[in-house]
Design a binder for this molecule. Structure first.
Ligand code: XMP
Length: 511
């Protein structure tokens, strides 16, 4: 299969470049920039992309590639730092910019270039760089300029070297995918051979290569990521996979049965279900502080999982449904204040000292790609297109102290919300929809009697990635049905309100 090598110089967007190449139907491999040529399998390499990166080419320890990549005769595309590097190594000049160019810009094409085939003369682009190219290497010419850069896109068409000062891979360069596809399909001549089916078969081979005849344990939550990981591992290694599902008592109505029926019976996966709901509830008694709740649940989860793991026998490998955004988020935590707003999300996060080798078959994929893998593996729509559900579960939606009775009320109300969302077709159109149980009672009248019961808040939001969100303007009749059904079907509730807060300032979950 023809492929593109992406040399990584530390850009936060390197995986996004790989993703764009996949969107073109082409296989790519990301390699560390220091990888010597002798270690690169060049047989089917049709082109090389040099990623961006935070360094300066004239810094003492500037990351450099094996310079022989320029003598291979394959096309090279340098993006941002990659362009500066290419210019620097091939005899051009790079200087420190007066100010960092960051944000949107307009690119104007000068003349024609294969890189811009099919694109208009003027394009919206996204910049993020400090240094700039000030003189071209011999053989190069400018093909596009931007407000701040007379060398925004350059090429040496004869040697098939191309450079872009901006980032074609990010969503803020709306036509960037066409630029990437012009490079990989048009200039490099790659064939469209990469499909989900080929990803699955390659990944299965890689899993088999990694684990041999060893046993693999996977914590299955029933969410999209761990479910797709389970299905993929089952396909790769069959009964060597053992899944552990922990019922922490904070899961949704019918969830336990649904997981057992799909994974245990239908897919015939070796599944161990642990009912730890009583222990969790006991530990949460009297806990009202949201952060403390999360910590108690996280710590206990690890304890229960460890016990379950020991009881299923020895295993050398631990599989996780880690996706690429989880990888960046955990790397970014130090510098990213947003990550500190709520203590870290992944309740599945396991202690570092565990004696396991990790198997993470989805590590390079983005959520929508994982969904496609799930579909290709035949998982049902209800799993593949599930809305996100937080690790600490209903605990962060049951405000104040958690009791079995409050959980019963919340679970029943949540069931109504989801049922109505699904029946009306809205479920798959929004990011999340759920019920929250407020910790106070209010007065109402039911029949001829005064009632004094709990309030349910309904939260329905739309979002791209959960980082920002807006409340969804659901039709009044749907809201009316949700409210009527909750009051009629859920004992203990006499009032329903609708949350009309965006994020920020509100978070999606209430705790
Ligand atoms: P917030 O409430 O921070 O949520 O606006 C953003 C997104 O993250 C989900 N979320 C969690 N997911 N473990 C998770 O796996 C958690 O502890 C957790 N807390 C929030 C939330 O449902 C939303 O999609």
């Amino acid at each position: 299969m023809s492929k593109i090598i992406i040399l990584d110089f530390g850009s936060q967007y390197t995986q996004v470049i790989a993703r764009r190449v996949r969107e073109c139907g082409v296989y790519s491999e990301i390699l560390h920039h220091k990888t010597p040529l002798s270690k690169i399998d060049l047989r089917e390499t049709r082109g090389i992309i040099l990623s961006g990166g935070p360094a300066s080419v004239y810094a003492k320890k500037a990351p450099l590639p094996d310079a022989r990549i320029f003598s291979l005769g394959v096309p090279v595309l340098g993006i941002c730092y990659g362009l500066q590097l290419m210019a620097h190594l091939l005899g051009g000049k790079v200087e420190k910019g007066d100010s960092r160019e960051y944000g949107e810009g307009i690119l104007n094409l000068k003349g024609s270039s294969k890189l811009f085939t099919g694109l208009p003369k003027s394009l919206k682009i996204w910049n993020s760089h400090g240094d700039r190219l000030t003189a071209l290497p011999p053989g190069f010419k400018t093909v596009a300029v931007s407000d701040n850069s007379p060398f925004a896109a350059v090429e040496d068409a004869k040697r098939r070297f191309y450079g872009l000062q901006f980032h074609p891979e990010v969503a803020h360069t709306p036509k960037g995918l066409r630029i990437v596809s012009n490079f990989v399909l048009g200039i490099c001549g790659c064939k469209k051979e990469w499909t989900m089916a080929s990803f699955i078969s390659r990944t299965c081979d890689a899993i088999r290569g990694q684990v041999g005849d060893g046993r693999v344990i996977l914590g299955l939550s029933g969410g999209v990521d761990s479910s797709v990981a389970a299905a993929l591992l089952k396909k790769a290694i069959g009964d060597q996979l053992v899944c552990i599902f922990v019922n922490n008592g904070l899961i949704r109505k019918n969830e336990n049965e649904a997981v057992q029926s799909l994974f245990g019976r239908h897919m015939n996966i070796n599944l161990k279900c642990v009912d730890a709901s009583k222990e969790f509830l006991k530990l949460l008694k009297g806990v009202t502080d949201p952060e403390k709740k999360r910590k108690v649940i996280g710590t206990e989860f690890i304890r229960v999982f460890e016990r379950a793991r020991k009881s299923v026998g020895k295993a050398r490998f631990l599989a996780q449904g880690t996706l690429y955004p989880d990888v960046i988020e955990s790397v970014a935590i130090g510098g990213n204040p947003a990550a500190l707003i709520k203590s870290h999300h992944n309740v599945g996060g396991l202690p570092k000292d565990m004696d396991f080798e990790l198997v993470e078959p989805l590590r390079q994929l983005f959520k929508d790609e994982v969904r496609k893998v799930g579909e290709e593996l035949g998982l049902p729509k209800e799993i593949v297109w599930r809305q996100p559900f937080p690790g600490p579960g209903l605990a962060v939606r049951c405000l104040g102290e958690i009791t079995a009775e409050k959980l019963r009320i919340l679970r029943d109300a949540d069931f109504v919300v989801l049922d109505e969302m699904k029946q009306s077709g809205w479920y798959y159109r929004v990011w999340q929809s759920f019920a929250v149980l407020l910790p106070c009672k209010s007065v109402g009248v039911m029949g001829d009697e005064r009632s004094y019961d709990f309030t349910i808040a309904v939260r329905v939001v739309e979002s791209q990635d959960g980082m920002t969100a807006d409340w969804v303007k659901l039709p009044y009749d749907l809201l009316g049905r949700i409210s009527n059904r909750i009051i009629n079907e859920v004992r203990g509730v006499n009032r329903v309100v609708f949350d009309i807060t965006s994020k920020p300032p509100g978070t999606i979950e209430w705790e």
